[in-house]
Design a protein around this ligand. Structure first.
Ligand code: AMP
Ligand code: MN
Ligand code: MN
Ligand code: MN
Length: 277
């Protein structure tokens, strides 16, 4: 069975509609798929409908932006009920702060001579309710301010750059609570990407465990030091999850179903999903 438990659609910063995403997953042999848009569950109904027409089991998910110890982290909620009131209200308030942040990012870009970025980013946001930095990055590429999106983060949107606005996310503990009370499993997304020194990584795992976190994502990148995180996951008793973090088809990026294999002897988070029990 091929699985992919971390993907994005046009309801956040992915480029495929939920239905097109599900069909692409099916054509690539993925049979268990989670849609995990940033701070948004609006695409789940369309994805579920499309999944029922092909041979795909859809796991309702979300990727929540959270703050921990001054860092921005991402926590996946898998197998959530998107109608759970606390989760729904929490996500609405995150999207509201995203809207305010987008206005401030645009003002800061204006101040360094990059004009028109708010409507420009909004165009890339399509049916997504909240503009994020990826949409600004696509605007910056489109208008040739930068060569590619990583350049956009390096020159304008990353921490400390001229278009950077510190985000205002809920605390880690709070987001895990929303996920649990919506019936879901809380998964720490791509720990390798936070570039934390080993000691801080260790305290993050501790905090994640103390707050009831369920699993750690091992991602799709063959280069990353999976073994260190798998060792930590074992030590703290976490299950493992695996997903591509697919945003768009392209060169040098993971496509749907390109995920790392869970080593034997460690529990996989999908064994705990309601559809699999
Ligand atoms: P936001 O949640 O609005 O702060 O934007 C974060 C999103 O931007 C991530 O989920 C990625 O999709 C994208 N992103 C962050 N850093 C980079 C980078 N260096 N290069 C390309 N995309 C990035
Ligand atoms: Mn993204
Ligand atoms: Mn993420
Ligand atoms: Mn993601």
């Amino acid at each position: 069975m091929s699985i992919d438990l971390h993907t994005h659609s046009t309801y956040s910063d992915g480029v495929l509609t939920p239905a097109a995403l599900v069909r692409r997953a099916a054509s690539r042999g993925v049979s268990l798929l989670a849609l995990t848009d940033h701070d948004e569950t609006g695409g789940l109904a369309e994805a579920a409908q499309a999944a029922s027409e092909v041979n795909v089991l859809l796991v309702p998910g979300v990727e929540i932006s959270v703050a921990w110890d001054g860092h921005t982290l991402h926590v996946l909620g898998l197998d959530i009920d998107p109608r759970a009131p606390e989760l729904a209200q929490g996500l609405t308030s995150i999207r509201h702060s995203r809207g305010e942040r987008a206005v401030r990012i645009a003002a800061q870009l204006d101040a360094v001579g990059v004009t028109g970025s708010l409507p420009g980013a909004a165009r890339h946001a399509g049916n997504c309710a909240a503009i994020g930095r990826s949409h600004f990055a696509r605007f910056l590429v489109e208008h040739k301010h930068v060569r590619n999106t990583s350049d956009a983060f390096r020159r304008y949107l990353g921490a400390g750059r001229s278009g950077y606005v510190p985000p205002c996310w809920p605390e880690l503990a709070q987001a895990i609570g929303w996920i649990h009370r919506a019936g879901g499993q809380a998964v720490l997304a791509h720990p390798d990407r936070y570039r934390l020194p080993p000691r801080i990584m260790q305290s993050l795992f501790e905090a994640f465990g103390q707050n009831g976190g369920d699993a750690i994502e091992i991602g799709s990148d063959g280069r990353f030091k999976a073994s260190a995180q798998i060792r930590l996951a074992r030590q703290f008793g976490f299950a493992l999850s695996s997903g591509s973090d697919f945003h768009a088809p392209g060169k040098n990026v993971a496509d749907l179903g390109d995920v790392a294999e869970i080593p034997s002897g460690v529990p996989a988070v999908w064994q705990r999903l309601r559809a699999m029990r």
